[in-house]
Design a binder for this molecule. Structure first.
Ligand code: UD1
Length: 430
């Protein structure tokens, strides 16, 4: 049996917590390091299982990966890389598909296992493929693998059907080393993409329009290894803000970029929280009564889908009815059945959820169905009456570094129980 969190709810959180580097940036920067002709050093890398999986993927491709300190990773792609990312690793983390662009750029070929069914929806990769084809790659799909080849990549104009984060990133990386100019229109604008583009430019790439929906990339011949600090994780930040709000606590979050959370902060203020922003810190004071709000997830700068589950947990205790519309992933309501076992009153219909606030949640055994659904159940457990046991927390360990320790520091009564210690989840890389 895997480990679980046991939470005795009802403690108001208070105190300071330091936010880690962004998972969704670190993973892509690690893949981008494959493009360099020398070693890259990434700092502020979160110690989470997804990062360990990405380290395993790029080691399997022939790069060397070593930890200089717990949050500093050195990646040396060396001279010869292999083109194949195997199923046993890709199936652990769908984001492994992000090596497609760098491998095509470096080797002119890539063989990446088709990501298996993912529990938050079908998560197609047609836009990655169509965009890379426009840069000159040819694809064959069969026997569970995507095989891509390109004699050379040549810049082109690409308009994405939808601002997909992963497709924008794969195209950006492939285009940096293509011949001529690439223009990616309707590009995703998430802060993690701006981080990737800034990193690539430091390596020697020529990317303009960073932060906008039109990225212009002038191909260069080589990229060099650099030292770079990963941006703070806006989703971890949002998770702790919600944990503070749902317990009517008083939390100070340090090392954050408040501009990355504008809409999230304004929704928390609508809900009744008192929020003060001071440089790279955010302080949240909760309120006794949670006001209902409606929200709809959208590509950045819209409301982030990764925080939808956390807000659902918070709004489940609101004084009235809220409506949440999930526009990005069709299966991000999977945790609702579990939350309802804790006494919430939530009905879902397609992409909409109607949340009738209840005065209290009651602790129960629940299962984390995925990363952010699991985090939402933990946060609900902090506010629930009695004991909540969250099972299958390997999902949560994929994206949160020391979640229980950070919550304990804020005064939460939460412990990890079970056969596996967390450290055994985290492969130690020498
Ligand atoms: C990334 C993030 C994830 C976040 C999401 C949206 C990482 C590792 N993950 O995921 O945490 O929730 O952005 O902000 O960075 N789609 C297609 N065809 C494609 C590509 C995507 O139909 O070729 C669809 C997906 O099925 C999904 C939607 O577009 O419904 C958004 O996907 P995308 O923006 O690509 O998200 P990811 O990069 O997978």
């Amino acid at each position: 049996m895997g480990s679980k969190f046991v939470i005795r709810g009802g403690k108001k959180l208070s105190g300071k917590v330091r936010i880690c580097g962004a998972k969704n940036s670190a993973l892509k920067l690690m893949a981008a390091a494959l493009l360099a002709d020398g070693p890259t050093i990434l700092t502020n890398v979160p110690l989470i299982t997804d990062v360990m999986t990405m380290a395993a993927v790029i080691e399997r491709l022939g790069a060397s990966v070593s930890y200089e300190t717990p949050d500093t990773v050195k990646i040396n792609p060396g001279y010869s890389l292999y083109a194949e990312a195997p199923y046993e690793l890709v199936s652990q983390m769908r984001a492994s598909i992000i090596v497609l662009g760098p491998l095509l750029a470096r080797l002119g070929r890539a063989r990446v296992a088709m990501p298996g069914g993912c529990n938050i929806g079908s998560r197609k990769i047609d836009m990655h493929i169509r965009g890379l084809e426009l840069l000159g790659a040819r694809f064959e799909v069969g026997h569970g693998f995507i095989d891509a080849t390109a004699e050379k990549l040549v810049g082109n104009k690409i308009t994405l059907d939808f601002p997909s984060v992963g497709a924008t990133e794969n195209l950006l990386m492939a285009a940096t080393c293509a011949e001529g100019t690439t223009i990616i229109s309707n590009a995703a604008r998430e802060p993690e993409i701006a981080d990737l583009a800034t990193f690539l430019n430091q390596m020697g790439a020529q990317i303009e329009g960073i932060g906008s929906s039109t990225l212009q990339v002038t191909g260069v011949k080589r990229l060099k290894g650099v030292e770079y600090k990963v941006i703070p994780d806006r989703i971890e930040t949002g998770t702790f803000l919600v944990a503070g709000a749902i317990t009517n606590g008083d939390v100070l979050l340090e090392d954050v970029v408040p501009e990355h959370l504008e809409l999230v902060i304004s929704k928390l203020i609508d809900i009744g929280a008192d929020i003060k922003v001071d440089g790279n810190k955010i302080r949240l004071k909760g309120c006794r009564k949670i006001k209902p709000v409606d929200l709809a997830t959208l590509p950045y700068p819209g409301f982030p889908t990764d925080l939808q589950t956390l807000f659902m947990a918070l709004l489940s205790m609101a004084d009235g009815t809220s409506i949440i519309t999930e526009n990005i992933f069709e299966n991000r309501f999977m945790f609702v059945n579990e939350l309802n076992r804790m006494g919430s009153d939530i009905r879902t219909e397609g992409r909409h959820a109607v949340i009738q606030g209840v005065p209290k949640l009651t602790g129960a055994p629940v299962k984390a169905p995925d990363l952010r659904g699991g985090a939402a159940l933990v946060v609900a457990g902090l506010a629930a009456e009695g004991v909540t046991e969250v099972l299958d927390i390997y999902h949560i360990d994929r994206g949160y570094q020391n979640l229980e320790h950070k919550l304990q520091m804020l005064g939460a009564d939460i412990e990890r129980l079970g056969a596996e210690e967390r450290s055994s989840n985290l492969r130690v890389i020498k």
